[in-house]
Design a protein around this ligand. Structure first.
Ligand code: HEC
Ligand code: HEC
Ligand code: HEC
Length: 366
């Protein structure tokens, strides 16, 4: 018995020492240009599929059907995924194709994965490939938006993709011709980045996927951009964008959007009773539960209102509800003033929705 074990150990020692020798001599083939042997490529792919399948089984997905979730994912796909994977509008770019493994054209791949497997891949990335993890680990709601988009990706042609990811296509040369809008010069980053999601006029191209920025004070917009850039407000979508702007550009885009016409009320069919409940919460808070009146800080002109506090009027109710959920989960972050929202916890889902609908139905006063 002992002799047999020794023989097996000796047999195993041969490939292990050969492998170690290759490593020590520096002969392991690490050049991406040399590709994989077919058997190695098959094995690595098998490992990836088995690992994702097992480890994704624990993910619990939120509902992915809302149209605005798809639009939000599409907006991010264009800036965050297309540069490696390509899109229905553009084949995978040449340089990342030199990676091993190369980022695949996802339209052809996503149907091979279950939604919770896609969720796992986008949330965590894949080791030893160039597939990155989501930049803000706590924002699983954003990962869900990307998965919602990936599910419709295989059915999109180029115009359908452009419509979802950037809204209407701007005519060629529009940047130069529209250097002026409402009498104010449009800063470069608005044309090249912000407008594809927030619109050039800050109305967020008619979709609750993105907050309306128009008519918000420039102090608040700047504080929000600074918070994203400093990593104080987690968002895998906005952090990379804000980090790419220097302080001067953050100031310029904030001033630009604050000058755009404040949004009018969001059209909706909220029941009058629900609106009345929302109004009461906004105006009086919930004294027995120590929830303060929201208008104290959020209504322009009120005593405590400060230009660094956001205006909520005319904002999308879906966005307001999401931010309240993030505050509740202590994952919203924000500026040095974000702690003022600490007492606004413990609202029920119905209360969050009522107060959001109330503000959405009110036009912005500034
Ligand atoms: C820096 C380049 C890069 C970026 C950016 C990137 N990926 Fe990837 N992605 C990769 C690489 C490389 C792979 C691995 C391919 C493989 O294993 O065959 C991959 C794999 C994937 C896969 C698994 C595909 C399969 O069938 O194996 C999915 C799904 C995916 N990426 C989605 C995304 C999404 C969504 C985004 C944007 C949020 C994104 N990727 C951003 C490089 C990138
Ligand atoms: C890919 C889409 C996208 C692009 C491009 C984009 N944003 Fe955003 N922006 C978002 C989303 C989504 C949010 C909400 C993020 C969150 O939940 O914190 C947001 C939030 C913001 C906020 C916070 C608003 C508030 O009420 O707190 C500001 C300010 C902002 N963006 C400014 C900009 C500026 C300026 C640019 C261009 C430099 C830009 N964004 C580009 C998607 C985008
Ligand atoms: C004491 C002042 C104060 C009170 C009272 C207050 N808030 Fe706020 N709220 C803030 C500040 C400051 C921020 C911005 C935090 C940051 O991003 O730095 C904020 C942010 C928000 C946001 C996110 C807006 C956006 O554009 O991202 C929502 C939604 C919100 N508050 C809802 C409420 C509601 C609902 C109430 C009442 C139940 C309320 N707030 C009461 C100060 C207050």
């Amino acid at each position: 018995m002992k002799a047999r074990l020794l023989a097996i150990a000796a047999l195993l020692a041969v490939p292990v020492s050969l492998g170690l020798l290759l490593v020590l001599l520096g002969l392991v083939p690490i050049a991406a240009s040399s590709g994989h042997w077919p058997a190695v490529a098959w094995f690595l792919n098998f490992v990836k599929r088995r690992a994702v399948s097992t480890q994704a089984a624990r993910s619990v997905l939120p509902p992915l059907d809302a149209e605005w979730l798809v639009v939000k994912g599409a907006g991010h796909f264009e800036s965050g995924c297309r540069p490696c994977h390509g899109s229905p509008e553009q084949r995978p770019p040449r340089i990342p194709q030199g990676m091993l493994p190369a980022p695949p054209d996802l339209a052809a791949r996503v149907l091979e994965w279950q939604p919770q497997e896609l969720f796992f891949i986008v949330q965590h990335g894949i080791k030893f490939t160039g597939m990155p993890a989501w930049p803000a680990a706590v924002r699983q709601d954003e990962v869900a938006a990307v998965v919602a988009f990936l599910r419709v990706l295989p059915g999109l042609d180029a115009p359908g993709y452009v419509r979802l990811s950037r809204g209407v296509v701007q005519p060629a040369g529009a940047g130069a011709a529209l250097g002026e809008l409402g009498g104010s010069a449009v800063p470069g980053p608005v044309l090249t980045s912000c407008s594809s999601c927030h619109g050039r006029d800050g109305s967020s191209r008619g979709s609750p996927a993105f907050p309306r920025l128009a008519g918000q004070t420039s102090d608040y917009l700047l504080a929000a951009l600074d918070a994203y850039a400093a990593g104080m407000r987690p968002s895998g979508i906005m952090q990379p964008i804000a980090m790419a702007l220097d302080a001067e550009r953050r100031q310029a885009v904030s001033e630009y959007y604050s000058r755009q016409a404040a949004p009018s009320a969001v059209a909706q069919d909220t029941q009058p009773e629900a609106l009345a409940r929302g109004r009461s919460l906004a105006e009086a808070g919930l004294p027995d539960r120590r929830v303060p009146s929201c208008n104290d800080c959020h209504e322009p002109g009120s005593d405590d209102n400060d230009p660094r506090y956001p205006s909520l009027a005319g904002q999308w109710p879906e966005y307001l509800v999401l931010q309240l959920e993030l505050f509740e989960a202590k994952t919203r972050g924000g500026s040095d003033h974000a702690h003022l929202m600490d007492p606004v916890r413990g609202l029920t889902a119905a209360e969050r929705s009522d107060v959001a609908n109330f503000y959405a139905a009110a036009g912005r006063a500034r």
